[in-house]
Every structure is written in structure tokens, then in C-alpha cells.
Design a protein around this ligand. Structure first.
Ligand code: SF4
Ligand code: SF4
Length: 447
């Protein structure tokens, strides 16, 4: 993959025919109505850089940072412009120029991208320390005493967004190899990717995913320690690091050993399908990267493709009205939008109500809520308002989605607005239905 716009295959930069069909789908253009904040405007800027007509500038860097990378424009584009690839290359170009550097920014980027998100054990250690801080009540005390005022302004703003760390991580609640109970079909062998944020904050969703796969006759391999998939690095202009993490991932899970490699996080999944492009120039990995991309499946996609078993029990005592938010990188990056909805419709006792602007970004977008807090907050308010309307009009009590970033962002927005809608994943609802089915079966055997 090209590390600068001038190295990029020029035909990719020429694909845009300036039709403007993408403009109404772009949240940043919608917010400002300025051409430079639109996909078309940004592509023109990128082409000017590639042609040497635009010199390194802070304005260009800022424009690439203001883009959410939501890829709604890619879905809308009739010319098949590969906007995601363009944006990643443009961000790598900005890093290469180094014009956006400050000691503080370099410190945080090094700590997160180069240290924590390249070392699974260090990331878990950081998670454990944070969990200790939260579970001992120290976090509440610090907040009550107003000590967060002592933090630098940026950290003070982010502090309320600190996620609650899970009581156990994935490897503590999932065995490396789990087998389905007796089945007359030969079991499919799949591997599960546990993710980074998903592992630290939503390991229960990883457990639910394993339970659903087992209930559908799959044997599941979940390595206890997994590297980051590199998505965060690729989206932030660190191609070399992203490529090295992709190699580690392929070494850990050789694709030919599995029928599918399953991901349940929309943002990771979108990047995990890009290993072919990322490692195209590496003769030792190019073939394996192609096999890898062929084996990657989002969990909903896999369940629909293999025909998931309808549970015989509903997930909850009372019927549930659920709405669904599309994670950008699941819907636009992976084109998986129909499958989660079909899955929800296939669960007894669940009614799916469409959410207005379901595929409009919630403002999480990787680290966008850190780099562009105002625009992120405005997108979150819009999403929360649509969910509130669905709750008032249709009695929605659950919002299903499939990305840890969206999960945290929307959960916080709903909590702060006092809206009693719980955020979950389709696969967790399905897992709950299978659990109730087993309980009912055990109950009827005893009676
Ligand atoms: S990725 Fe999203 S924010 Fe960026 S140009 Fe495309 S639609 Fe607009
Ligand atoms: S829809 Fe595609 S071709 Fe048309 S302006 Fe947008 S990016 Fe260019």
C-alpha cells in the first residue's frame, strides 16, 4: 500500500468524476456545506498534493483529520471511488510530512500506537490498572473531590468518557478451543478475533459470540493472546506498523487452518479484509494475505451464510422492541447491513423497528471523539435524538449495533441524556435466546 499520495496508483485518484452524489451522505459536508469538507473536495485536495500543486500544509492535515473516515461516500459513489484507501494514504502522507507534530501529540501517539496497541500483555496490564482504579472506588472519589480539575484540559475533557473495564478479559472466560455439543453435521472450524477494546470492555460479547458459534455447530479456536489487527494504525497513517501487525496476525491464525476467521467488531473487520492490499508488496505474505481476506467473516455474515438455527425460546421474559444502528465500517466498509437485521428478525420475541438515519455516523469514528470533539458531540446528539424518537414512538428499549466504538459512544450519549434504552449487539440477544432455550429444556427434563 502506498505511503504517500504521489506513490499511489494515479488511476485511483482519477476515479472521481465530480458528480456530487456523495455529498448528501457526508456528515462533515452536511455540517458546513463547504466543498473542502466534502468527499469530492478532499479528493481534489489529495490529487493536488499528488500532482505537486499543493505543498505540505497544516490546512490539508486538518482537513484529513476532520473527515470521519465513515465511508458513507464510498457506498454512495457510482464510480466506485476507493475513498478509504485514498484517506489512509493521505493520512500517511501527513505523518510523513510531520507538519502536525508536537511533543504532546508525539508522546500520545507513541504510547498508544507504538507501545500499548502493539503489545497485548501491556494493553491488558493497562486495562487491569484502570479496572483496579475503578473497582476500588478511587475513580468515584477523584470525581467527587473534583480532582479531575487538576488534569490538563484535553485529559479533563476525556475523563468522563473513560470506559468501564470488564471484570474479566476474553481469555479468562473463553477457552482456547471449544467444541460444540454432539452434532450430526461435521463441525466447521472457525477462529475468533477478540479485538482490543472489545477484549478490555466487552469481553462478554466475545463470550456470547463463542456461545452462538457453538450453538450453530462450530468448533471455535480463540487464542488467549492476540495482537491488534492494525486498524487503528492504518487509519492514523502508520502503514508500516499496520503491515507488521497484519503479519503477526496471519502467523498466529494461518487462514488455511480454518473455514472462517470471525470478527464481531465492525471497525476491525473492515480493516481485516484489507490485508491483501496491505501486504501486496511482501512476497513472503502476499499469498497468505489473499487467503486471509477470503476467510474473514463478520459474525452476522457468517451466521446468515451458514444458516443460523432459530432459537426455540425468546431472549427475554417480555417481547422486546429493538432498533439497529449501522456501524459505518460494518455497513459501508464491509457492506454488511442486511444480515444483522435478518438475524434480529429471526429471533422469536424480538420486533425490529428501523431507526431513522441508522447508517449516519454516531461520531465515534475511531479516535474522532478525541481529535474532533465538537463535531463528534454534534453527531452523537443527532443519533441520540433519533433513538429517543424511536423509544417514544415505537417503545424501543434496546439498541443493537456491532462495534465497540459505537457501543461506548451511544451508551454514553443515552446515559447523559437520561434515555432508558440499553445498548447491545445482535449476537448477544441471540446468545440470550439460546441460553433461555437450554434453561427451558433443562426445566422440562426435571419436571
Ligand atoms: S468518509 Fe465520511 S466524513 Fe469523510 S468524506 Fe466520506 S462521507 Fe464525508
Ligand atoms: S460520488 Fe464518487 S465520483 Fe461522484 S463526486 Fe463523490 S467521490 Fe466523486
Amino acid at each position: 500500500m502506498a505511503a504517500s499520495l504521489s506513490d499511489l496508483d494515479y488511476s485511483i485518484l482519477q476515479q472521481c468524476m465530480h458528480c456530487g452524489m456523495c455529498l448528501p451522505t457526508c456528515p462533515t459536508y452536511d455540517a458546513t456545506k463547504r466543498e473542502r469538507n466534502s468527499p469530492r473536495g478532499r479528493i481534489a485536495l489529495m490529487r493536488a498534493v499528488a500532482d505537486g500543486d499543493l505543498q505540505p500544509s497544516w490546512e490539508f492535515a486538518d482537513e484529513m483529520s476532520y473527515c470521519l473516515g465513515c465511508l458513507a461516500c464510498q457506498t454512495a459513489c457510482p464510480a466506485g471511488v476507493q475513498y478509504g484507501q485514498l484517506l489512509e494514504t493521505a493520512r500517511a502522507q501527513v505523518e510523513h510530512w510531520g507538519i502536525d507534530k508536537s511533543p504532546m501529540r508525539t508522546f500520545w501517539r507513541t504510547l498508544t500506537l507504538r507501545v500499548l496497541f502493539t503489545s497485548p500483555w501491556l494493553l491488558r496490564l493497562a486495562g487491569r490498572l484502570l479496572r483496579l482504579y475503578q473497582q476500588t472506588g478511587a475513580q468515584s472519589l477523584v470525581r467527587r473531590l473534583g480532582l479531575t480539575r487538576l488534569l490538563p484540559a484535553n485529559l479533563r475533557r476525556l475523563e468522563p468518557q473513560t470506559p468501564a473495564i470488564a471484570t474479566s478479559f476474553s481469555h479468562e472466560i473463553i477457552k482456547e478451543n471449544e467444541q460444540p455439543s454432539a452434532t450430526d453435521q461435521p463441525a466447521k472450524r472457525v477462529a475468533l478475533l477478540t479485538g482490543c477494546v472489545q477484549d478490555l470492555v466487552f469481553s462478554d460479547i466475545n463470550r456470547d459470540t463463542v456461545d452462538v458459534l457453538l450453538a450453530n455447530g462450530c468448533s471455535v479456536h480463540t487464542p488467549a493472546s492476540q495482537p491488534c489487527c492494525g486498524s487503528l494504525h492504518a487509519h492514523n497513517g502508520e502503514h508500516e506498523l499496520a503491515a507488521s501487525l497484519a503479519r503477526r496476525m496471519i502467523d498466529l491464525l494461518p487462514p488455511d487452518d480454518f473455514d472462517a476467521i470471525i470478527t464481531n467488531a465492525g471497525g476491525c473487520g473492515s480493516h481485516l479484509r484489507q490485508y491483501t492490499a496491505l501486504l501486496a508488496d511482501d512476497p513472503a505474505y502476499a499469498d497468505r494475505a489473499r487467503s486471509w481476506d477470503r476467510k474473514i467473516r463478520d459474525i452476522h455474515e457468517w451466521l446468515l451464510e451458514t444458516g443460523f438455527r432459530t432459537p426455540s425460546a425468546p431472549p427475554y421474559e417480555a417481547p422486546a422492541t429493538v432498533t439497529y444502528h449501522d456501524s459505518c465500517h460494518l455497513a459501508h466498509g464491509q457492506k454488511v447491513a442486511r444480515q444483522p437485521r435478518e438475524l434480529l428478525r429471526g429471533i422469536p420475541g424480538v420486533e425490529l423497528v428501523e431507526l431513522a438515519e441508522a447508517s449516519w455516523c454516531c461520531g465515534s469514528a475511531g479516535v474522532y471523539n478525541i481529535t474532533q470533539p465538537e463535531q463528534s458531540a454534534s453527531l452523537l446528539a443527532r443519533k441520540v435524538s433519533n433513538i429517543q424518537k424511536a423509544a417514544l414512538k415505537s417503545g424501543v428499549t434496546l439498541l443493537a449495533q456491532s462495534n465497540p466504538g459505537c457501543h461506548l459512544q451511544i451508551q454514553r450519549g443515552l446515559r447523559e441524556a437520561g434515555i432508558p434504552v440499553m445498548v447491545t449487539q445482535p449476537v448477544s440477544i441471540l446468545a440470550e435466546a439460546y441460553r433461555r432455550e437450554s434453561k427451558d429444556r433443562a426445566g422440562s427434563q426435571h419436571s
